[in-house]
Design a protein around this ligand. Structure first.
Ligand code: TRP
Length: 470
């Protein structure tokens, strides 16, 4: 492995190269958020208006916050709370700012626990398409002779089976634990360096295939025709929220990954690459899914069911449907795994540093915690469907355990974490320190600074407000 960056604290791990850092960070950003959530949100929010505003949010809010996070990590060279604390100390500010890191680590842990539940659904569909490939053969469409309702009911069927849900959830979590336990350069990097390129290859293949066999022009029109009248407050909120989730922001994940970056990585340029790649994948995911869905005459606006229910139906009409479906879900699995690995890494780095534990012990402890929450989330779809853990909070009164975790992290932890990060980097941290770290010059530097100081916190505060009271 290459030498650690010159600024590294003794014993703190490092990426073996700049490209390993980029691949791992892109791996964290590209996940279920791009493949499942983005097309669903775009479809539910009318297509083009949402998409354009989404890109706008990535540039104006996502990118500046992303740079702020990796910058804190790279300067701190430690787990998220300790990195924030180091920047605070070097700026003569209160150690209390480390709360940004602690809240983030906790939120990442919560997200991990339900992210692995959805990861389990992906594993289930891999199994479904694999089985179907054996049954119906290579060349025909998927699920030959089966009614659309029958294919659609696969997901509720899975939800009804608590034991299977838990088993798949635990399987996905176990894979995540395996790679995180192996460490930064030999575990996490390995997944990023081998699985991300494989993901891109499969992904490109499916997009090109969809372009030729599906209804590509309708999809392009749908996704890129900007209709101003469709840009409502609700659509804008959904777009900012999606930009945040997709870039893995607000919950210490990118602070942690930044901490493994070496001194000679240009963080400004690297953040641009990460945000660019993540956005490109989201747009391409739309261009992969919608042509197939439109060609089968299905609706774009079904929401979360789009990838798990509509798309499998659409594969029915396609030659090599089972094979394409199998490839598609394997690809989503890779993307999700590189994201869950980063969600686990943030709390593991913290536990390991703070309690002076080995990586192995820290990973197992955090993993067991995520397993317990995961069981409760898996059961939210069946045996515990009526359990309302946050019944005493009006905003979350109706949420089951899974929805409560999703709601609390997306509506509270992520925006609050990001607002605090902007205030900290924009106003509290030493300007010279920030200037030395960010890799930006001249106008770019000025623009970034203005965005972090004024634009981002204000827009984020509005989102937080409407998320709670809207
Ligand atoms: N960005 C990931 C995705 O698109 C998921 C994610 C959300 C995430 N928040 C995160 C990953 C925080 C790491 C850290 O699927």
């Amino acid at each position: 492995m290459a030498a650690a960056g010159s600024g590294a604290t003794a014993g703190h791990e490092n990426w073996s190269s700049r490209s390993a850092f980029i691949l791992a960070a892109v791996g964290s950003a590209v996940g279920l958020g791009n493949m499942w959530r983005f097309p669903a949100e775009a479809g539910e929010n009318g297509g083009g208006a949402f998409v354009l505003f989404y890109v706008f949010c990535v540039l104006l809010i996502g990118l500046p916050v992303l740079l702020s996070e990796v910058l804190i990590g790279r300067h701190g060279q430690a787990s998220a709370p300790d990195s924030v604390q180091k920047v605070a100390q070097d700026s003569g500010a209160s150690k209390g700012w480390s709360v940004i890191g602690s809240l983030g680590v906790f939120a990442a842990f919560l997200i991990l626990s339900f992210y692995c539940v959805v990861g389990g659904w992906v594993v289930y569909y891999i199994g479904v398409f694999l089985g179907d490939l054996f049954q119906t053969g290579l060349t025909g469409g998927a699920f030959e002779g089966r009614a659309a309702e029958d294919i659609e009911s696969l997901l509720p069927g899975l939800f009804g089976n608590g034991m299977l849900m838990i088993g798949l959830n635990m399987g996905f979590l176990a894979a995540t634990i395996f790679f995180v336990a192996r460490g930064v350069s030999s575990g996490i990097e390995w997944v990023a360096v081998y699985l991300m390129p494989l993901f891109f290859l499969l992904f490109l293949g499916i997009t090109v295939y969809g372009a030729f066999t599906g209804n590509f022009s309708e999809a392009v029109t749908y996704l890129f025709t900007f209709d101003f009248s469709k840009l409502t407050g609700e659509v804008m909120l959904a777009a900012v929220g999606q930009a945040f989730f997709s870039l893995s922001l607000g919950v210490a994940g990118m602070i942690t990954y930044g901490s493994y970056a070496s001194r000679n990585t240009n963080l400004g340029a690297t953040s641009g690459i990460i945000a660019g790649a993540d956005t490109a994948v989201a747009l391409l995911a739309g261009l992969a899914i919608f042509p197939i869905v439109f060609a089968a005459g299905l609706s774009a606006s079904v929401g979360p069911g789009l990838m798990f229910q509509s798309l499998p139906i659409a594969f029915q009409a396609m030659p090599f449907g089972s094979l394409i479906g199998l490839a598609f879900f394997i690809m989503v699995f890779f993307a999700a795994l590189t994201s869950s690995v980063s969600l686990l890494e943030a709390p593991v780095a913290f536990v390991k540093d703070r309690f002076k534990m080995s990586r192995m012990t820290a990973t197992i402890i955090v993993g067991l915690g995520a397993a317990v929450l995961g069981v409760l989330s898996s059961l939210s779809f069946n045996d515990m469907a009526d359990f309302r853990p946050l019944a005493f909070i009006p905003l979350f009164a109706e949420a089951n355990f899974f929805d409560a975790l999703d709601g609390v992290t997306a509506k509270l932890f992520m925006p609050i974490g990001a607002i605090l990060t902007c205030i900290f980097v924009g106003w509290v941290a030493d300007a010279k320190l920030i200037d030395d770290e960010n890799g930006l010059d001249g106008v770019l530097h000025q623009t970034w600074r203005a965005l972090v100081r004024y634009v981002c916190p204000i827009i984020l505060a509005v989102i937080l407000f409407f998320g709670i009271f809207g």
